[in-house]
Design a protein around this ligand. Sequence first.
Ligand code: PCA
Length: 192
Amino acid sequence: MRVLVTGFEPFGNSKLNPSGEIIKAISADNIVSAILPVTFGGSAQALIKLIKLHKPDAVLCLGQAEGRHAMTPERVAVNIDDARIPDNAGNMPTDQLVVAGGPDAYFSTLPVKEMVSAMKAAGVPAAVSLSAGTFVCNHLFYSLQHHLHGSTVRSGFMHVPLMDQQRVEFAGLPTMPLAQMVAGVMASIKTL
Ligand code: PCA
């Protein structure tokens, strides 16, 4: 079984993105990984190219969600782009559709509850999340589910907390050690 796992480059004014750092830290024979640009459109195009190239059996995309305490597999992707800050190309869409004519939402086809249980069993704080927001992460997640809808490839998205090295930059927000996040991702992949 081949799993495609992606993370994101840093965005906003940050120099780090834990999802990208996780990608740099994981490697296994059955894992193909990539770091995607934090841009509407560009992120999804790059991901779909990777899916066509590697033909994975499952796809797990990762992104940073500042403020979260736990690893959070997302349950639902919504058909809205509504940015509070510009993406890395300067785009800031408001109230636009991710896919014109697409359904309002798609559910994750990953076993989100089993992933949470597996992460907790590995000692990693984890919880199911009901919203991936309306920025680039949700855009990527929705585009992924739209692309793979009707196929047998299982796919979804997981937000991760800030990492310890971001504690000064995001004073007061919860962080998690990178090694714990990597353990969580590996435990999640095992459930697939
Ligand atoms: N988090 C952002 C985009 C990139 C990332 O890591 C988000 O939650 O939309």
